[in-house]
Design a protein around this ligand. Structure first.
Ligand SMILES: C[S@@+](CC[C@H](N)C(=O)[O-])C[C@H]1O[C@@H](n2cnc3c(N)ncnc32)[C@H](O)[C@@H]1O
Length: 287
């Protein structure tokens, strides 16, 4: 099935016409990268993804002579990844942050509330920290903080959830996402609210905000003057981080904002691709 890359036209239009080195920091299945490769045949494209399974799947579809190379790693390590391949300057960096639809479809990874799977939720399967460890080892305060900060739950409700999890884990080990859903159900959470809690646990497992913060602090070291950085986010906390960081960079007079307002998908795009509905794209250019 063809996957519709989010805000593709707007992304392609924002790439400098003479770009020679482009980094797609969230390669996924490579749909954005493949469209970029087609429109910018003169450019070398480097894709990064934390999930080796995504890379392997995408590699099956890439032409052997394509101008795309893929690294397994995190966009937060963009500086060291560039150094390791002798890349000094990059003309365009794209991040399309979050999960891939395949993460939800793969019932074994623990991302979906609709499946019963081990409590895993790691993008990078070589990482130690799993959802299981968060559910069993974090203190009540830390669990509550995760639910407040990443799921926007009120303190009372977040505390109730954290206490219920702590009570259950004392009695028996919570092995699967199905069992976790049952526990969330004890606190009155339906599928929608459980989805938000699953997302919060996933953000904690993968330290997604820390990854983004590290990237925002480091991409300047590899971006060429006139180069651009485009970030698409789907979560208000992530967008807030991007918005604030870009605002600071523009205020420091080293960057200019390409658009006055963030770019959002059109009504037509959302009709064709529900996954695009909460996307927010921000782009800045280095002076
Ligand atoms: C929304 S998908 C990207 C889809 C992609 N633009 C496409 O066209 O196929 C996000 C991807 O980012 C990856 N990812 C999440 N955090 C990452 C990180 N810190 N560094 C690199 N990749 C990451 C996920 O594994 C997932 O494949």
């Amino acid at each position: 099935m063809y996957h519709q890359p989010v805000l593709l036209k707007e992304t392609l239009e924002s790439i400098p016409s003479d770009a020679k080195v482009i980094i797609d920091g969230t390669f996924g299945h490579g749909w954005h990268s493949m469209a970029i490769a087609e429109q910018f045949p003169q450019a070398k494209i480097f894709g990064i993804d934390r999930d080796q399974a995504m890379i392997s799947k995408a590699q099956e579809r890439l032409w052997p002579d394509s101008n795309i190379a893929i690294w397994h790693g995190s966009y937060a390590d963009i500086m060291s990844l560039c150094k390791s391949t002798w890349i000094q300057w990059v003309d365009y960096i794209l991040l399309d942050i979050g999960v891939n639809m395949d993460h939800f479809k793969d019932g074994s990874r623990g991302f979906s509330v609709h499946e019963d799977a081990p409590l895993d939720m790691r993008f990078d399967m070589s990482q130690d920290l799993t959802a299981d460890q968060i559910i069993h080892n974090e203190s009540i305060d830390k669990l509550s903080a995760i639910f407040q900060r990443y799921a926007d739950f009120a303190p009372d409700k977040a505390n109730e959830l954290a206490q219920t999890i702590a009570k259950e884990r004392k009695q028996h080990s919570i092995q699967t996402t199905g069992e976790l859903r049952t526990i969330l159900g004890l606190c009155g959470l339906g599928k929608k609210a459980s989805t938000v809690i699953f997302q919060a646990i996933r953000i904690a497992v993968n330290q997604e905000l820390k990854q983004l913060e590290d990237f925002l602090q480091s991409f300047d070291d590899v971006l060429n003057p006139w180069g651009r950085c485009a970030i698409m986010s789907y979560h208000s906390i992530e967008d807030r981080l991007v918005k604030q960081s870009f605002k600071n960079k523009v205020a420091s007079e080293n960057y200019i904002a390409i658009h006055k307002k963030a770019i959002k998908p059109s009504w037509q795009e959302v009709q064709q691709n529900r996954a695009a509905r909460s996307a927010v794209l921000r782009i800045i250019e280095k002076k």
